[in-house]
Design a protein around this ligand. Structure first.
Ligand SMILES: Cc1cc2nc3c(=O)[nH]c(=O)nc-3n(C[C@H](O)[C@H](O)[C@H](O)COP(=O)(O)OP(=O)(O)OC[C@H]3O[C@@H](n4cnc5c(N)ncnc54)[C@H](O)[C@@H]3O)c2cc1C
Length: 276
């Protein structure tokens, strides 16, 4: 067995976004270090060999949760467990808090960050799909300024995002919606494992809806529905039709079957939430 040690690397710990961006622009082959829960194992296995790490954990401006009139802004350094426990997130986006609680184990949730999860863009991750389902907008920064990217355009493929070289994710803007109710369900082989397949379902006040699946293809799959059927048989047919058209990673029969089952379980949570 090979050594579980990373290559040697330079290490910087800036205390502002501007200095982090300056480091990114000037250091060749540099990577941001957030919670380290994906990057450090990849470095130890030498799957990733950055020449320089820019540790953003000292940048307080990235660690906020701010409730505004029409949205909640989450800093890139907000930890998974904070998302799970934060009273404002539980109040406004219970489905996001629930999904964050399914990530790995407590030790991972205490260190892993929202920004790290979104930029890592593992297709089996909860948070990228949650952000697509909630129609969040990513705020990214580079030395030339900031830009905003809708979550549905941020995830472009297998562990690939729309971030350009030299850019970092600074925050995520999640719009407040009083007219939609969401449900979430996932299946993992063991507690704490990555999900095999998961689903978020939305029902809007006008009876339209949407399903966002993860773990089925190389990125979250959002499917709007002009009408989300109340009738169970019609709904089942709708899930089946949508799942049949998914471009599935592998094990297509199993993943499509789970996509249907989990969409329905997520829908049942929507019904429970409405009653509650
Ligand atoms: C045993 C185990 C189980 C896990 N289970 C799950 C699970 O069930 N579901 C799940 O979703 N995840 C799971 N994870 C992954 C976990 O959620 C990680 O925390 C997450 O994927 C990465 O977040 P991080 O903050 O640790 O990022 P890091 O590991 O520090 O970084 C990950 C990548 O993102 C980049 N990056 C980080 N922050 C930024 C930023 N602000 N701007 C630009 N680039 C940035 C880094 O350069 C790196 O390329 C698991 C991890 C482990 C070790």
């Amino acid at each position: 067995m090979g050594r579980l040690k990373p290559n040697s690397f330079a290490y910087y710990r800036p205390n502002s976004v501007a200095s982090a961006l300056q480091c990114l622009a000037t250091q060749p082959d540099a990577k941001i270090l957030a919670g380290g829960q994906s990057l450090v194992p990849a470095m130890n296995f030498r799957l990733s060999r950055p020449a320089c790490l820019i540790d953003i954990n000292g940048i307080e401006a990235l660690a906020h949760v701010e409730v505004c009139a029409d949205k909640v802004v989450l800093g890139a350094l907000v930890h998974h467990q904070q998302i799970h426990e934060h009273p404002s997130i539980r109040q406004h986006f219970p489905v996001l808090a629930e999904a964050a609680g399914e990530i790995g184990h407590l030790a991972i949730r205490n260190r892993g960050t929202l920004g790290g999860s979104l930029v890592h863009a593992d297709p089996a991750s909860e948070l990228p799909a949650a952000m697509v389902a909630l129609r969040a907008v990513m705020e990214v920064a580079g030395v030339d300024g900031t830009r905003r990217i809708p979550a549905a355009e941020f995830f472009v493929g297998w562990m690939t995002t729309a971030l350009d070289t030299g850019e970092m994710l600074v925050s995520v803007h999640v719009p407040l919606s009083s007219s939609s109710v969401y449900g979430f369900a996932e299946f993992a082989r063991r507690p704490g494992d990555f999900a095999y397949v998961g689903a978020f379902v939305e029902r809007a006040a006008n009876e339209s809806g949407a399903v966002t699946w993860f773990g089925v293809s190389d990125k979250p799959e959002y499917r709007p529905m002009s009408a989300l059927p109340r009738d169970a048989a019609a709904r089942q047919a709708e899930w089946q039709q949508l799942a049949a058209k998914l471009e599935v990673l592998d094990e297509p029969r199993m993943r499509r079957k789970l996509a249907v089952v989990l969409a329905e379980r997520a829908y049942q949570k929507v019904e429970e939430a409405k009653i509650g």
